[in-house]
Design a protein around this ligand. Sequence first.
Ligand SMILES: *Cc1c(COP(=O)(O)O)cnc(C)c1O
Length: 392
Amino acid sequence: MSDKPALQPETIAIHGNRVRDNQFNSILFPIHQTATYIHETVGVTKGFGYSRGGNPTVNALEQGIAALEGTASALCFRSGMGAITTLCLALLKAGDHVILSEVIYGGTMRLFHQVLGNFNVEYSFVDTSNLDAVRQAIRPNSKLIFIETPANPTMKLTDIHALAEIAHASNLLLAVDNTFLTPLLQNSLKLGADISMLSTTKYIDGHNATIGGSLATHDEAVIERLRLVRKTLGTIQAPMDAWLTLQGLKTLPARLDVHCRHAARVAEWLEADPRVHRVYYPGLSSFPQHELALRQQSAFGGMLAFELNATVEESLRFIDALKICTCAESLGSVETLITNPATASHCDLPLDERERLGISDRLIRLSVGLEAPQDLIADFEQAFATVFGGAK
Ligand SMILES: *Cc1c(COP(=O)(O)O)cnc(C)c1O
């Protein structure tokens, strides 16, 4: 162990575990856009053989993410779903059982319902905010608990530390999809999780330029298994995308700071407005799990959801009337993005199931970007006027 003082996250995001360009000293690590690598003599490489197995630019991004996660190694993937799929195929076999948060990214649900179920992987979607429900869901063949907190799109939280204790008491691994907060605002591994998963498409890239994902763990045996399965499936990140993501990573702490401040401002403004029925933002004291958010997160992030005092039709008309906030899937970018989960990310779920999970047809999800919050609020005002008229 070194006795140097630990660096702050802002510094780690720029310099942490940085790999240098030894050839020309370029300040940006180069894009190694190559499929293969020349052997110095037969069988002797400089550590990279073929870019499906590994690539120096992808490795530079992995070092940066590992530094933020506080691990020795991380792996990067072609997409967040590529990361989750690789994780499941690496750790599970037919007959194993997985427990998942019932409010979770739509793609993760699809992976189990439409793909892994066909390979005899058993799974239960459980309210993981309820620790007893998780305990009761554990079976003799359970292997993995996969949670998302805050969950997409209702912002429901799961207590990572408590769940890690439950998982480890039964010899299960706990994986956390930490896409909404990133390790900067919630370090899942420090809280006791075994695996941290990120869709780097979102806050890590931050500019809607790439699709990507990452996995981090302290368990080097798991890393080696993931590396083997990633090479087999071909789910590794592409060099150009890794390079772009690496640029985003450097400004992540600065961006998150602004995302959090702007989201809090917008959430408070919405909550105070009589035309708004309800706001779901863990930073509000009205949020049912606000105390858990204070305990396991260092800030509240840039994501929120809300419902208007309006019909579904009016709510959709409100979204259409916005001029700065953009109706598009994805989140975590400099642009403010708004969606209606019932018709977008969660359209596969039947209505009664959506209602049970709190994903009403009029729920609106907002990823607050870096625009001035007063401009976003003015945009809401003019869109409200098209639905409610001038009066509050
Ligand atoms: C987007 C997202 C994913 C999937 O990531 P992709 O990069 O789109 O494949 C997984 N989990 C959450 C919470 C997400 O928002």
